[in-house]
Design a protein around this ligand. Structure first.
Ligand SMILES: [Zn+2]
Length: 685
């Protein structure tokens, strides 16, 4: 939930990207508004999303290789084109490229060498399959399961709770100990996105489960594993048992649930798994204390490793060994993987072009090498200066909103001001780049490169243990179209790739920049003060700095917003979950309010010009609405409502209904569909 302004990359392997449509041309209109994409026949007060985006939604076909599409995906496509050119230059430069740049070229060209990959068949996967086949007892099982653990989840920054390894690991400072790094251990093991997919009895979910079982069988068959139907049934049965002990998506958001366990307490607190063998194989010996995010689930999963048949566990490991490697194996594996994760789970008819997948894998493996090249070419220093100034304005506006709160006591206000005053803002790229010199990239070894890169990242994360905390650490690459709030670091990252049109145009109208990029900046700042962020203090420590009465008022405002979002029902059998999306919705509303204040302050008391037939305030809100332009396939929308902390785009655009200024700007009247009486408008901050 927190942090990410968008959630489209969660299943990046299957979802994002790939068409030739271009971004709305803002350069033609200095206002930055896409007039042609609006539907002015609709009253803004009835459906603000349709008013700002209706023509675009009607006239833009969903690209066949996408599950969702919109302004975010369009910019991500543009960025991917910029990025592939940089990687290709490195590949073409041969020995003339720097050692780091050579690695990006070799990683990418190894992935693009389809003929080479076909000719090897499943040979590159063989060592991992043999390792599983050789498991003779529960100790071997613990050892292999441990060796597969990676740093692949992130419960607070990216809010990524999904891993098909038995557990996921995240490494950062302690929840109540900001001076030391800890290993966080999360539940895992599922191939479907969430426990709901195993336990729900709706026809949609039952159908997905049946197709998942067929998919597992198909993967076994491709890899030459016999008795595939029976094995697939065993894998699904085992994962269903795992799902039964898993926490729900909403429970995973509860920062009161994680519990520190000493390493030598694991066997007593979660009996079943051979923990010493696991810890040794996972390279976790240096973690004397682990913060167990899902204590109940970790206990339950450990128990299953002792009670379920060893053969079922071996089938499960075999299947996930194949699945995790599939993107780097011959075409038949790639297509079968897409057939399930792309078509069935997200409703996407076509696999996106190989080069796009290659760019994303290269960007994941060598993120800051690609990022450095990207920034040098595409992120001018003057943009950094302008965005920094805009961030400062919005931080100030947020501080002024705290001062003006009538319900908050001076005591709590002082703590809130201290927190907003110490937020560390990263714009464009990190101050220090990561060192990739120990990562070995071998030309022609596509799967080996990907496996080594994951292990390299895992070891890099573990190496943070017993080292000083780096509050300047980045959690997104510069070439990522997104932004993130880091509650434990009390810090924000705004990657270079989102700081370009249509979100931010250094030459464009202030109203548009504040409504679009300004609201995203405000959103990330506000995450420090949403229902979860507000539980962390200025040092990033989980600590209550609220007076009881202030906290009660704040919670009541959150409940009102949750209720507003519970009322959105995109399908008769599925509504938005107001609590699951509460952090994001608080961040949207509070972020929009502080961006609006900052925009008004930037006018210095003078009225803004009218342009394209709109006042400055109208352009601010239209800019906001158009920044949420997007559409989803039905399966994808259902997946997101079930697993995502973000509400669907149209409801995020409609959050304007909580701002008094929006009513004035468009003359919104009682009786219109989005109208809220002044007392029902939620002003959290
Ligand atoms: Zn967010």
């Amino acid at each position: 939930m927190r942090k990410t302004a968008f959630a489209l990359l969660v299943f990046a392997v299957v979802a994002a990207s790939g068409c030739n449509a271009s971004a709305p041309s803002n350069s033609a209109a200095a206002t930055g508004i896409d007039l042609a994409g609006m539907d002015k026949s609709i009253a803004p007060g009835d459906d603000f999303n349709a008013y700002t985006n209706g023509e675009w939604i009607k006239s833009t076909p969903m690209p066949p290789d996408k599950a969702s599409y919109g302004v975010f995906a369009i910019l991500a496509d543009e960025t991917r084109k910029q990025t592939v050119a940089l990687i290709q230059e490195s590949a073409d430069a041969g020995p003339k490229a720097s050692e780091e740049a050579r690695k990006t070229g070799d990683f990418y060209s190894s992935f693009m060498d389809e003929a080479g990959i076909e000719s090897k068949g499943i040979a590159p996967l063989k060592p991992r399959l043999d390792e599983v086949a050789a498991i003779k007892d529960r100790r071997d099982l613990a050892r292999v399961v441990g060796s597969r653990i990676r740093a692949d989840v992130d419960p607070l920054n990216a809010t990524n709770f999904e891993t098909d390894n038995l557990f996921g690991v995240w490494v950062t400072q302690g929840l109540t100990d900001p001076d030391h790094s800890y290993v966080y251990l999360l539940q895992g093991g599922l191939g479907l996105p969430d426990r709901e997919y195993y336990l729900s009895t709706t026809p949609h979910m039952v159908e997905i489960r049946n197709k998942y079982r067929d998919h597992i069988a198909a993967m076994f068959k491709l890899a030459g594993v016999k008795d595939e139907a029976a094995r697939a049934a065993r894998v699904l049965a085992l994962e269903t048992k795992m799902a039964e002990v898993h926490a729900t998506r909403l429970e995973s958001e509860d920062v009161k649930m994680p519990t520190p366990w000493k390493q030598d307490e694991l066997s007593a607190k979660a009996p079943g798994l051979d923990w010493p063998a696991f810890i040794d194989a996972a390279g976790l010996k240096a973690a004397e204390v682990l913060i167990v995010w899902h204590p109940h689930a970790v206990t339950g999963l450990s128990d299953l490793t002792a009670k379920e048949p060893l053969e079922a566990w071996k089938d499960w490991l075999t299947y996930h060994s194949i699945e995790q490697a599939a993107a780097f194996l011959p075409k038949a594996f790639v297509e079968e993987r897409f057939n399930f994760y792309g078509k069935t789970l997200s409703g996407t008819p076509e696999l996106r072009p190989r080069w796009q997948r290659g760019v994303d894998f290269t960007s994941a493996a060598l993120g800051e090498v690609v990022g450095k090249l990207y920034v040098e070419r595409h992120f001018p220093p003057e943009t950094k200066v302008k965005v920094q100034a805009m961030v400062d304005d919005i931080v100030k506006a947020f501080g002024a909103r705290i001062d003006a709160l009538t319900w908050m006591t001076p005591e709590t206000k002082a703590k809130a001001k201290a927190k907003v005053g110490t937020i560390k803002v990263g714009v464009g790229y990190p101050d220090r780049w990561q060192d990739y010199s120990s990562l070995e990239i071998v030309k022609g070894d596509a799967l080996g490169n990907a496996q080594r890169a994951e292990l390299f990242e895992y070891r890099r994360q573990l190496a943070k243990l017993h080292q000083p905390i780096d509050r300047g650490e980045w959690w997104m690459t510069p070439q990522t179209v997104n932004a993130v709030n880091l509650p434990l670091q009390n810090a924000l990252n705004f990657p270079a790739a989102i700081l370009q049109p249509p979100y931010f145009d250094p030459a464009a109208d202030a109203a548009h920049n504040y409504g679009s990029m300004g609201a995203i900046i405000g959103h990330e700042i506000s995450h420090s003060f949403d229902d979860m962020g507000s539980q962390f203090d200025a040092q990033g420590r989980l600590a209550n700095w609220w007076t009881p009465a202030d906290l009660e008022h704040f919670k009541a405002a959150g409940e009102a917003l949750a209720k507003q979002f519970d009322g959105y029902r995109p399908f008769p059998d599925l509504a938005v979950n107001g609590h699951q999306t509460l952090s994001e919705n608080i961040a949207d509303v509070a972020g929009l309010m502080s961006a609006y204040d900052a925009y008004r302050l930037s006018l210095k008391g003078k009225p803004d010009r009218t342009a394209d037939g709109f006042t400055g305030d109208q352009r601010f809100f239209i800019g906001y609405g158009q920044s949420w332009r997007g559409k989803n396939r039905e399966a994808e929308l259902r997946r997101r409502i079930t697993t995502d902390g973000h509400a669907p785009e149209e409801y995020r655009a409609d959050s304007v209904r909580n701002l008094d200024g929006w009513y004035d700007a468009f003359g919104v009247m009682p009786g219109q569909k989005l109208y809220l009486a002044p007392a029902d408008r939620v002003h959290v901050w």
